[in-house]
Design a protein around this ligand. Structure first.
Ligand SMILES: [Zn+2]
Ligand SMILES: [Zn+2]
Length: 244
């Protein structure tokens, strides 16, 4: 966050606390039943993950029939890099709109309701030892002024009472946007993009990102984390894209 955002954030949090709460997407007043922080109407427009999805990476299948099998990407993976993907919903509808505002339009007050969506999916899951957000390259961080995954990780850390580790997994290569690239190009683009400043010792990790599209970024992070001693890794994202 830049200085202005850092100074204003406590004020926005205080106003949120003092004033009748409004839905961060449509500004309608919230009712006591709106537990996630979005109004009922917006909540209904957050598409949940379908039952027909890859049991490992949560890729939705183009069918309504529940089917317990792996997608082709996961089948081609010799050794699973992570345990599973937890996602608040499909990257579509109100969730897509909320993520866009959170990520590109400086609506950082969406951090709480969005983190609540992830938390509701994490219920019943063994809390991790450490929480690590997918880092942005310093150049991208300067442009955007904040890392949306880091904001989410801090709130998850507070609620789960687990430490958030920020400067151990670093992104030292600026990568091109993944969209429009084939699998080989994506892999080449991300090769050696991340590293660990010092090794881990078998800790269970919750790796936090905003959207899982191709999965190439989180897989590369997991490869680096595993190589340097991470234990089980669970991926927590706001949204899962429908296709690669
Ligand atoms: Zn709303
Ligand atoms: Zn899969």
């Amino acid at each position: 966050m830049n200085l202005r955002q850092k100074l204003l954030k406590p004020l926005y949090d205080l106003l949120d606390f003092m004033l009748p709460a409004g839905c961060p997407l449509c500004s309608r007043l919230l009712s006591p039943g709106d537990a996630t922080g979005f109004c009922c109407s917006c909540q209904q427009q957050i598409p949940p993950l379908p039952v027909a999805a890859c049991r490992h990476c949560a890729l939705p299948y183009p069918t309504d029939i529940a089917d317990d099998h792996l997608c082709v990407t996961c089948l081609n993976e010799k050794k699973p890099l992570f345990e599973r993907v937890i996602a608040a919903g499909i990257y579509d509808g109100a969730l897509k709109e909320a993520i866009h505002r959170f990520k590109y339009r400086d609506k950082i007050n969406l951090d709480r309701p969005l983190a609540e969506l992830i938390l509701s999916e994490l219920k019943g899951i063994e809390p991790p030892d450490l929480i690590i957000p997918v880092p942005l390259h310093p150049r991208r961080l300067r442009q955007r002024t904040y890392n949306q995954s880091e904001l989410l990780a801090h709130l998850l850390g507070k609620k789960l009472n687990r430490p958030v580790i920020l400067k151990q997994l670093i992104r030292h290569r600026h990568t091109l946007p993944q969209q429009g690239q084939n699998a080989a190009d994506r892999k080449k683009n991300l090769h050696d993009a991340f590293s660990l400043t010092h090794p881990l010792h078998g800790e269970a990790i919750l790796l936090v990102d905003d959207v899982l599209t191709t999965g190439a970024t989180v897989r590369e992070c997991c490869r680096v984390l595993k190589k340097d001693g991470a234990g089980l890794i669970t991926i927590a994202v706001l949204a899962r894209a429908r296709s690669h």
